[in-house]
Design a protein around this ligand. Structure first.
Ligand code: GDP
Ligand code: MG
Length: 177
């Protein structure tokens, strides 16, 4: 409704990237709708979901984009990255290969996105501790070297998901203010 108090102060586009099946769509579902599905179909068509939040008294619309199941190298188009001010670079802590591909994703991101884009590295599926294939320390070290934020999350258990999005959105907010 046209209530002046609901006027949006900012719209921030944030993109999710990373290998197939690391949990990008479920992280988005958890953040945008507090929903989770164990048998999520692979994403069809580029889509985004929005969530509105208040940061320091300003209303911010987070427009979070999810890949169209185009996770193969160079399949994500430049339109996907256009205008993005934040990026969540996601791997699965139980599959080493998804972490080994992170430098490639980072290179692609840096090639397409604004150079001031805020990036967080996310080790998802932290609930699968018994199957862990990526030590936290390795990821932390990589993130520090590359100047990225870093968190381990579980979309399944809703662990650190809010924090991950809030970290990126607050940092973007601080940059534009
Ligand atoms: P995407 O291809 O990166 O979008 O991955 P999806 O979000 O479709 O998730 C792939 C699979 O991993 C699905 O079966 C999800 O239910 C599962 N999944 C996603 N997040 C988690 C998580 O945090 N923990 C566990 N155990 N499974 C997850
Ligand atoms: Mg998906």
């Amino acid at each position: 409704y046209g209530d002046a108090s609901q006027k949006m102060d900012y719209v921030f586009k944030v993109v999710l990237i990373g290998d197939s099946a690391v949990g990008k769509s479920q992280l988005l579902a958890r953040y945008a709708r507090n929903d989770f599905s164990l048998d999520s179909k692979s994403t069809i068509g580029v889509e985004f979901q929005a969530r509105t939040l208040l940061i320091q008294g300003k209303s911010v619309k987070a427009q979070i984009w999810d890949t169209a199941g185009q996770e193969r190298y160079r399949a994500v188009t430049s339109a996907y990255y256009r205008g993005a001010v934040g990026a969540m670079l996601v791997y699965d802590i139980s599959r080493r290969q998804t972490f080994d591909h992170i430098p490639r994703w980072l290179e692609e991101l840096r090639g397409h996105a604004d150079k001031n884009i805020v990036i967080i590295l996310i080790g998802n599926k932290s609930d699968l501790e018994e199957q862990r294939a990526v030590p936290t320390e390795d990821a932390k070290e990589f993130a520090e070297k590359e100047g990225l934020f870093f968190l381990e999350t579980s979309a399944l258990e809703a662990r650190n998901v809010e924090d991950a999005f809030l970290t990126v959105l607050t940092e973007i907010f601080n940059i534009v203010n």
